[in-house]
Design a protein around this ligand. Sequence first.
Ligand code: NAD
Length: 256
Amino acid sequence: MRSRLAGRTALVTGAASGLGAAIAARFSAEGADVIVSDLDGERAKAHAATLDGRALAIKLDVTDADSWATAIDTAEREFGKLNILVNNAGICLPGSVEDLSYEDWRLTHAVDLDSVFLGSKAALPLMARTSGESGGAILNISSISGMVAAGNMAAYNSAKAAVRHLTKSIALHCAKKRYGITCNSLHPTFVDTPLLDEFAGERSREETLQKLARQIPIGRIGVPDDVAWAAVYLCSREAAFITGAELAIDGGLSAM
Ligand code: NAD
């Protein structure tokens, strides 16, 4: 068993599926106690049961301030502290500025952006009070779509770009307060998770993934662990001097 996160308690949102599930699993394997949270509480429970270390599943709707308050109370009651928050839950509703409904625009911003504000606001008092000398970390899962736009991604581009900048504001706030808490953002390109089902359209899923892979210099799309390993590093003590930073995990896409 490795121990890069030993003694730390982490809350991961959207952790029943895809990137969040992989991050929760890697954190657990690195010795963290993990709160596996998701809108789908049953699937969160099923995933938490697969982890070897101490893990607690909770239902958490990241768009709802009351749901956040309950989650943070639970973290304090069950673990006595919170060191790491990973704001990972997200949705992707494709559509251009002309195609997209206002409801889908609002929903995308609620799940992908408001969640980061609500989660960080709810968690920081407990994190600041209980992280102690080992410090803490907030990690926001933005997207390469927060750096590079596409015509059919109006809401997703907007929300993920805002997460990128909100991250830096949170980082500077925490630095000024001397909380010892970092805040950084990850920017993955296409990663093979259920989120990509939205992109299939007329093609089979396999054909879609192959088409997406052809756009990536390294020649493949990502796997969830490509993101989870970066999360382990940025939430470990090894990264204590890295804050307000953004890391593209994109097989070279943004280098072109
Ligand atoms: P996913 O669909 O596999 O998982 C998302 C999880 O979030 C699901 O378990 C879902 O139940 C949960 N969720 C949705 N709405 C929620 C809410 N209101 N409250 C709490 N949980 C909620 O998707 P994924 O690919 O693992 O995406 C995770 C994050 O990574 C998202 O923020 C996404 O935008 C980002 N991302 C994904 C990719 C990709 O290609 N997969 C690329 C870049 C960024």
